[in-house]
Design a protein around this ligand. Structure first.
Ligand code: ADP
Length: 334
C-alpha cells in the first residue's frame, strides 16, 4: 500500500554529501514506493535568515538542482516550494491556536540553536514557533511517514502531540499522526572530522567540481598518531575512514585499507586517492545531470509550478475538513 511521505529541506545553501547520504538517497528510494511530497521550505529558512533574505531565492534553485541531480524525479514525487502552497502558513496559524507555549520553550533544539547562533537575533515569535510550522508541513498532507534524521526527533514528537491535541478538541481522525522513518546512515563527517555541515565550513558539496573535491579530501585530517608515513594508524580514529565506510562500496578494498593503515603499509594519501575514485565515480552522473538542469531555467520553473499544483490539491482537501471542524465558515471560492 502506498503511503503519504513528507519531508523538506531549508534553502540555506548548496547541499552536501551529508545531505545526500543521510537523507536524499533514502528519499530517492521512497519515491519508488510511496506518494512523496518533498518541499523546499523557504519560510523555515527565513525564520533564521530573515536578515539575509537576498540569498534565499538562489538557494531554492540550488536545492532544487541538487535534488534533481541526485535522482529525485518530478514524475514520481511532488517537488515544490513551501511558500507556493499558502496552506502551510494557514495551517501553521490554525495549529498555533492550540500549541501550548511550554511545548515550544521546552524544545531542546530551540535552546540549542539560540545558544549556537549567537551572531543572529533569533529571539523572534516565528523562530520559537519553528516546530509549529514543521507540524503544519507534515499534517497538511496527512503524511504517515516522515524520513528524518535523529536531530529532528523532538520536532516530530511535537507534531504527533499536536495531532492528538487537535483531534481531541475538534474531532478524531481529522489529522493523522506521522511516524518517523529514521535514516540508517550514520553522521557523515566533514573534512575536519566534525559532522558535515555548511555552518562548520567543512562540507563537500554535491555541486563541487572534481578538482575542488580532491583538493579538500587531500588536505583532510587523519588519525593524529600517523605523523610520519611509517607510523601505524587506527582507522576508527580517522575521519577519512568514516567517509570510506559511507562512500566506498568495495568491502575487500576496505579491509585492505584498514590493514594497510594499522601496519603502516599504505600512506594516508593512498587511502584518500582510493576514496576519491569512489566519490568521483558516484558523482560523475550526478554532475552531468545537474549541468543539464542548470542550463534549463524554464524546466526548473515548470517543475516547481507542477509540484505546487499537486501539493495544493492535497492541501485544499485537508483544509476543507478543518475549517468547519474549527467552527469557521469555509470560504466559498476555494
Ligand atoms: P535542514 O535545516 O534543511 O533540515 P540540515 O542541514 O539539518 O537541513 O539537514 C537535513 C537533513 O540531512 C538532516 O536532518 C539529516 O538527516 C541530513 N544530514 C545533514 N547533514 C548530515 C550529515 N553530516 N550526516 C548525515 N546526515 C546529514
Amino acid at each position: 500500500m502506498k503511503k503519504r511521505v513528507f519531508s523538506g529541506m531549508r534553502p540555506t545553501g548548496p547541499l552536501h554529501l551529508g545531505h545526500m547520504a543521510g537523507a536524499l538517497s533514502n528519499w530517492v528510494k521512497l519515491q519508488e514506493q510511496h506518494e512523496c511530497f518533498y518541499s523546499i521550505v523557504d519560510w523555515h529558512a527565513l525564520m533564521s535568515n530573515y536578515m539575509e533574505a537576498e540569498n534565499t531565492r538562489q538557494y531554492c534553485y540550488d536545492v532544487l538542482m541538487d535534488w534533481l541531480a541526485v535522482g529525485l524525479d518530478p514524475e514520481k514525487c511532488s517537488i515544490f516550494v513551501q511558500s507556493h502552497v499558502p496552506q502551510h502558513a494557514e495551517l501553521c496559524l490554525a495549529l498555533s491556536m492550540i500549541t501550548p507555549l511550554g511545548w515550544l520553550y521546552r524544545n531542546p533544539t530551540y535552546k540549542e540553536q539560540i545558544e549556537n547562533m549567537q551572531n543572529k537575533d533569533l529571539s523572534t515569535y516565528a523562530f520559537l514557533g519553528y516546530p509549529v510550522l514543521m507540524a503544519a508541513d507534515i499534517l497538511l498532507y496527512r503524511a504517515e511517514l516522515v524520513p528524518v534524521g535523529e536531530d529532528q526527533s523532538a520536532h516530530l514528537e511535537l507534531s504527533r502531540e499536536t495531532v492528538r491535541r487537535f483531534n481531541n478538541f475538534y474531532g478524531e481522525g481529522l489529522l493523522v499522526e506521522p511516524q518517523p522513518l529514521w535514516t540508517a546512515t550514520p553522521k557523515v563527517p566533514g573534512t575536519d572530522g566534525r559532522k558535515m555541515s555548511k555552518s562548520y565550513g567543512n562540507s563537500l558539496d554535491i555541486s563541487e567540481s572534481a578538482e575542488s573535491m580532491w583538493e579538500k579530501l587531500r588536505s583532510m585530517v587523519t588519525d593524529p598518531a600517523r605523523i610520519k608515513r611509517t607510523d601505524p594508524g587506527e582507522p576508527e580514529k580517522c575521519p577519512v575512514w568514516d567517509l570510506q565506510k559511507v562512500f566506498n562500496p568495495d568491502a575487500e578494498e576496505l579491509e585492505e585499507l584498514a590493514h594497510g593503515c594499522r601496519t603502516a603499509g599504505i600512506g594516508c594519501v593512498d587511502c584518500k586517492k582510493k576514496l576519491n575514485v569512489h566519490i568521483q565515480t558516484m558523482m560523475a552522473p550526478i554532475h552531468e545531470r545537474r549541468v543539464r538542469y542548470t542550463k534549463n531555467q524554464k524546466l526548473l520553473a515548470d517543475i516547481l509550478t507542477h509540484g505546487a499544483e499537486t501539493a495544493s490539491k492535497a492541501a485544499r482537501v485537508t483544509m476543507e475538513t478543518l475549517y468547519p471542524a474549527m467552527g469557521l465558515i469555509p470560504a466559498f471560492n476555494r
